[in-house]
Design a protein around this ligand. Structure first.
Ligand code: PDD
Length: 289
């Protein structure tokens, strides 16, 4: 079951105009919200980021927070899986093709859910492979825009190289990955770049920083040089679907040194465990985060 402009229907029945600016220009924004045991995780934070994306591209929010919660709740209830990925997208709506944003269009609102596929225990044990690529995307990566051609090209290049993710660098500095944020560990300190127009402000990124703070794990939010990435002791990517996933090879070379090279590191393991505990505690609470 999906939701389109006020109605719930099977996906085959969901149709939009070919003049929709989402189709013509990629003129829209989206969110992906993980759902555990039928409860959305960090829903208010996802809705706040949605509001900020809408504000930045000047689309009025078609729903209140309460209405979003209600509609998302119904999608979760109407789909068969206990753990889901809820995808929601808002485009500016349909209009005669013209680059400048037309005023007063009715936004198109679409929501669907898929089964949430967790990284397998084997993948967590082995870690994943990544390649490092130049970040050639635009300069407003803070907007969660559906215009994802750059990200799709970069992820495809990674997949062609047999890798799970493309880690991106711009002007000698780490930005993020094609669909995740990046953390590294050097000499026991966790490092990640600060939020800026060059990266998506990840909800998982925020959760991981909260966990690091709450557990007094040494960390710094600061610019990270490509050379620091390439000589890191540990590299992880974070996202709603991958949670905290260790990267154990970069461009075919093992991450880390000596005995530990090419294996998930101890800090990744600890943060992964803390993330699972945090999720479980939030999901048990009567009012969830
Ligand atoms: N991707 N950076 C980029 C470019 C992303 O696309 C994502 C998420 C993230 C991590 O954000 P979060 O922790 O809020 O999931 C960072 C989603 C999952 C996607 O496009 O499918």
């Amino acid at each position: 079951m999906v939701y389109l402009n006020g109605e719930f229907m099977p996906v085959e029945r969901a149709k939009i105009s070919v003049l929709d600016r989402g189709f013509i220009f990629g003129d829209g924004v989206y969110e992906v919200i993980p759902v555990y045991s039928r409860r959305p995780f960090r829903l208010q934070e996802h809705l706040a980021r949605l509001q900020s994306s809408l504000d930045m591209i000047r689309i009025g929010n078609p729903h209140s927070s309460a209405k979003w919660s209600e509609v998302i709740g119904k999608i979760i209830a109407d789909n068969p899986w206990s753990d889901q990925n809820v995808y929601l997208q808002i485009t500016r709506g349909a209009a005669k093709r013209d680059h400048a944003f037309p005023k007063d269009l009715k936004p198109t609102v679409f929501i669907m859910a898929n089964e949430l596929i967790h990284p397998t225990p084997e993948l967590m044990q082995s870690g994943a492979a990544a390649i490092v690529l130049p970040d050639f995307r635009w300069l407003r990566c803070d907007i969660k825009s559906t215009s994802l051609l750059g990200n799709c090209m970069l992820r495809t290049q990674a997949a062609d190289a047999g890798c799970a993710e493309a880690i991106l660098v711009r002007d000698g500095l780490l930005t993020e990955a094609s669909a995740s944020n990046v953390f590294i560990v050097r000499n026991g300190t966790v490092l990640t770049p600060p939020k800026s127009h060059l990266i998506l402000p990840g909800i998982t990124y925020d959760v991981v920083l909260e966990i690091l703070r709450a557990n007094a794990i040494a960390h710094e939010v600061r610019l990270v040089a490509e050379s620091e990435l390439r000589s890191a002791d540990e590299v992880w990517v974070t996202s709603s679907s991958r949670e905290v996933l260790p990267i154990t090879t970069l461009d075919g070379k093992p991450v880390g040194r000596g005995e530990a090279a090419g294996k998930p590191g101890p800090v990744a393991q600890r943060v992964y465990d803390l993330y699972q505990q945090f999720k479980a505690s939030v999901m048990r609470a009567p009012t969830h985060a």
